[in-house]
Write a protein that binds this ligand. Sequence first.
Ligand SMILES: Cc1ncc(COP(=O)(O)O)c(C=O)c1O
Length: 459
Amino acid sequence: MAPVALRDTYSGVEAAVKSKVAQSTTKDAAQTALLAAATRFEDANPKSKAQHEIAAGILPGGNTRTLLHTTPFPLSMKCGKGSSVWDEDDHKYTDFVGELTAGIFGHNHPVIREAIVSAFDNVGVSLGSTTIQEQKHASLICERFGLERLRFTNTGTEANLHALNGAKRFTGRRKVLVFSGGYHGAVLSFGDGKVAENNVDREEWVIGRYNDVDGAKRLIEETPELAAVLVEGMQGAGGCIRGTKEFLHTIQETTKKVGAVFILDEVMTSRIAPGGIQRLMGLKPDITSFGKYLGGGFPIGAFGGSEKIMRVYDPRVPGALSHSGTFNNNTMTMHAGYAGLFQVYTDEVNLAFNAKGDALLEKLQHVSKGTKVFFTGMGAILAAHFSDGGSQEVTCIEDFEERGDLRDLFWYEMLEDGFWITRRGFMALILGTPDEEMDRFVECVGKFLQRHKDILMPE
Ligand SMILES: Cc1ncc(COP(=O)(O)O)c(C=O)c1O
């Protein structure tokens, strides 16, 4: 049964919750709608609920990837086909999570399948050696992104860790400038403008404000021992906030001036345009970090740049930095990643796909104009935001306060409409997502805004 049908049958529950809420101190209509939506969610997903309870008996909180935890419990997905996924309670969703940009090829792309089956049958899973395929995939990435040398890792987190170590070795310095709202991996997070408690090298970070041109320039010029600046061209996890050309070019020029290394984190954004966001913005970073879709859906990370800098990792050079990893060049990733990039995600496909994303964003911005909901993003990566200030141009996370209750309500109700999105409102499209589903999403957002106009119009 489509969960959306439940929305209409729950006026009783809503009324009951309403009266309960009215009796309590909370009289907020948003809370009422949220509680009703959470109740419908629980009732519609008994198998996911039961699965969560079992999982919590073995995984802390039933979870092994914090982002995927949602209250009252996460949906457990059973399978995916193309650009759709099905949960354990048999609801079908259009997949707008897109594995946080890694899932661009969908759940069973024939080209990826062929690459994997062929590698399994003809190559073998792990050869414990260098292979021609890793050189081929590295050559293709270098060609696409204008790099001289590249090294593979298993994740984007590792790519950034090794890029930073390379920069520290190259400059002989220790400090790194990052920006509030930035996310560079599991142990490299600056989401609320602070160094997260689980971060590595906690003493070595300097945190600036994203898109603050003068502030960045000053911090780069005045921070003693600055080894590198690590920045995203568009903050992804931070809410799809675009970096301005002026901001990014100022970083590039000023790092050059002080002899620090400019590391552009393109783990998410390299798919946004042919040559990545760097070509779009006319940038030439010293090192670029990659990950996500470049593994064809399998674990990958990579970092690369000029031969001069990457030489710090050349094992033929005495005293070179070590960079190990059992699966750095695993055959499945090397074959699937290469096939995906070479055969599927050509420049033409890239341009057409991101144009669709831009068109979707424009429609969403149009439909939400003048409400507390607004959308940000670029190409086929976007985010929904909820803020009392209403629609606005955002330049950094400090520009607005996210309304968690409205964001959660949106998540519940988009699920009911058959859209799988992240709880935080982040979305990454999958190749081949039907245009009708994108149009239907805009329509459902419009209906959501209408349904809750009492709580979504700025006061
Ligand atoms: C910009 C950016 N850098 C790095 C990472 C870390 O990549 P991974 O999750 O593969 O470690 C992410 C992950 O979302 C990211 O968005």
